[in-house]
Design a protein around this ligand. Structure first.
Ligand SMILES: [Zn+2]
Length: 208
């Protein structure tokens, strides 16, 4: 739910079926003859990653960019005649659309840079998801407030541990206890449902 934008999916590199898509760019046979050997070479050099080349003749580069953006491929590499001349490869990050996410990497640094950028994307998506969750997590003071909160976000609340209390919330709101994202809780509170002493906090939220 949190990994997406107007262009479709944004997949974290660790789970992406394709991590790197290579799109060759040429306008005629002469350019194609110069570009394709480099594309094949780059594909071989990046075998440690889940890499694919989109060499379909019937589609334009623009169409292919769109196609792979929709599917959330984290990193796109573009190789055209100018890149071949300059010995560079154009990188486009899926998580940062437009110019800002583009860079040109010397061919000699390719595999190291791909590894680094995939790691950066992974970390950045993780931070984004965490921030999103934190900003949508509330601390209700009553059961009524909890019921209100879980309509659109998450509630982090004390819970006595009783399955009955959990079942009541679930029955009333369809919200169930979800992961506990925060490692440390010290102290004690009162169960948001029954008011009994509670030693743990859980996140109540609805499944999407
Ligand atoms: Zn309880």
């Amino acid at each position: 739910m949190t990994h997406g934008d107007d262009q479709g999916l944004v997949l974290p590199p660790k789970v992406a079926p394709t991590q790197v898509i290579i799109v060759p760019i040429y306008k005629n046979d002469e350019e194609k003859a110069r570009v394709m050997p480099v594309v094949s070479q780059v594909e071989r050099e990046l075998q440690v990653f889940r890499v694919k080349v989109d060499s379909r003749e019937e589609f334009t580069p623009g169409y292919k960019f769109n196609h792979w953006e929709l599917r959330g491929v984290p990193l796109r590499l573009e190789i055209g005649p100018k890149d071949v001349d300059k010995n560079t490869v154009a990188f486009a990050r899926r998580d940062i659309p437009g110019r800002e996410g583009k860079s040109f990497v010397p061919h000699s640094q390719l595999d190291g840079q791909v590894a680094e950028i995939l790691q950066t994307i992974q970390a950045s998506l993780h931070d984004r998801a965490l921030n999103f969750r934190l900003s949508n997590t509330h601390d209700p003071h009553s059961l009524t407030e909890l019921y209100d909160v879980v309509q659109k976000g998450w509630a982090l609340s004390w819970w006595c541990g009783s399955p009955d209390c959990e079942a009541k919330v679930k029955e009333d709101t369809k919200a169930s206890t979800r992961c506990i994202p925060f490692d440390q809780f010290t102290g004690e509170g009162r169960c948001i449902v029954c008011g009994e002493p509670a030693r743990e906090k859980v996140v109540f939220g609805r499944a999407y």
